[in-house]
Design a binder for this molecule. Structure first.
Ligand SMILES: [Fe+2]
Length: 271
């Protein structure tokens, strides 16, 4: 089971410290949040749990409320997908978010957030490339049976890829089930299950955490925001192709994934 840490901070706009007058409002808010957390203890928990950390309250309430408003406004733009035996649900890619809800991108690029994530993971983190539809995306569970089966968030990049899940709306019985240490030789697998509420975060190395979301029931609604950060933004052409096809079929549709991708087919990608 992940360690829950109560870290809710409601005063999202503290007075700027000396030298911080130019900080964006979202950076001020997240700087205030992260300075109140026990960074060393959370770093230790992250390592002990095999590159996994759950905080049951993280975002300021006004930021969370803004995300929920955006998520509801984006419902008409949701791309539904269904892979028998594996997943069913809706997604909104970063390309659509950039057009219709650009404040989410500001949160994704927040220096205060990224620097805190770097301190917890111990890695230098980069935003995912501009043509990655998963860089920041919303995932919707709005119909009976919406779910995703057991999987890893496999990195197709040269380096590691970290996933940050952010609770936005949760009026469901869906649970995030997970298993720690599954790929650590000789380690005992530790199973856990959480329902991360709006404002909560889950941070993990996508290649290390086996996880799933259990099926929603009729009349329920759940929206999760996912941020992906990488340690090396390069991707080999064949992996790029596989990644694009997976994203097109399982998540965002061919129009979303390939709309910017005239140069991303095998043999043409120089990333
Ligand atoms: Fe996942």
């Amino acid at each position: 089971m992940g360690v829950a840490v109560n870290a809710r901070v409601d005063d999202a706009n503290p007075p700027a410290r000396a030298g911080q007058a130019a900080m964006a409002p979202i950076d001020c808010a997240l700087d205030a949040v992260t300075r109140r957390l026990d960074q060393q203890r959370l770093r230790e928990q992250f390592v002990e749990q095999g590159a996994f950390l759950y905080l049951d309250a993280f975002l300021p309430s006004d930021v969370t409320a803004g995300l929920a408003d955006s998520a509801r406004a984006l419902v008409p733009a949701v791309n539904r997908n269904y892979l028998p035996g594996h997943k069913q649900g809706g997604s909104v890619s970063r390309h659509t978010i950039d057009r219709l809800a650009p404040r989410i991108a500001e949160l994704y690029r927040s220096r205060a957030l990224i620097e805190w994530l770097e301190r917890i993971t111990g890695d230098r983190l980069l935003p995912s490339p501009d043509d990655d539809p998963h860089a920041y995306a919303l995932y919707y569970y709005t119909r009976e049976g919406d779910h995703i089966g057991w999987h890893y968030d496999t990195s197709y990049y040269e380096g590691r890829r970290y996933t940050l899940l952010i609770g936005v709306i949760d009026d469901t019985s869906c649970r995030l089930d997970y298993e720690l240490h599954t790929r650590t030789p000789g380690a005992t697998v530790v199973a856990g299950s959480i329902q991360y509420p709006p404002g909560a975060i889950v941070l993990f190395d996508g290649d290390k955490l086996r996880h799933r979301i259990t099926p929603s029931k009729a009349g329920e609604m759940r929206v999760s925001l996912t941020f992906e950060y990488v340690t090396d933004a390069r991707m080999r052409p064949w992996r790029r192709f596989v990644s694009n096809m997976k994203d097109a079929i399982a998540y965002f549709g061919f129009r979303q994934v390939f709309r910017l991708r005239g140069a991303s087919l095998p043999g043409k990608d120089t990333a």
